[in-house]
Design a protein around this ligand. Structure first.
Ligand code: FES
Length: 122
């Protein structure tokens, strides 16, 4: 019997950490396309974060947002702030949450983990 399951599929976005660092300036967020999904890739001093490129407030794109020292991204449209670790809103007028994706960095590059539905036997 076949069943549909969600499974994390890893996509290589950059071939090395240096390539990723030269593509995204610290404190900035850029648009990237991974598989068929449009994401926002954010770089802070310590980490990279991959987010759905859609603000939880009014669904405008998050790329071109900027980061704060408190590990938040500020949406470029209405300047609401969202926590990059938890995804929670730090603005009173928005209770939405960022949709985050896994990021993995190793000697082979920077990878984004997307949840994809796959068919499996049993
Ligand atoms: S659309 Fe992002 S804060 Fe309004």
């Amino acid at each position: 019997m076949f069943s549909k399951k969600k499974k994390t599929k890893w996509f290589k976005l950059f071939s090395s950490l240096q390539e990723a660092e030269s593509a995204v300036v610290i404190g900035c967020a850029i648009k990237v396309v991974v598989d068929t999904d449009e994401l926002c890739l954010v770089r802070t001093k310590m980490n990279f974060y991959a987010l759905k490129n859609q603000c939880p407030h009014q669904l405008f794109p998050l790329h071109n947002g900027v980061c704060t020292e408190e590990n938040e991204i500020i949406c470029p449209y209405h300047r609401y702030k969202f926590d990059l670790n938890t995804g929670d809103s730090h603005s009173e007028n928005c209770s939405g949450k960022l949709q985050k994706y896994a990021v993995k960095i190793n000697e082979n590059g920077l990878f984004i983990g997307l949840e994809k539905e796959v068919w499996s036997l049993f």
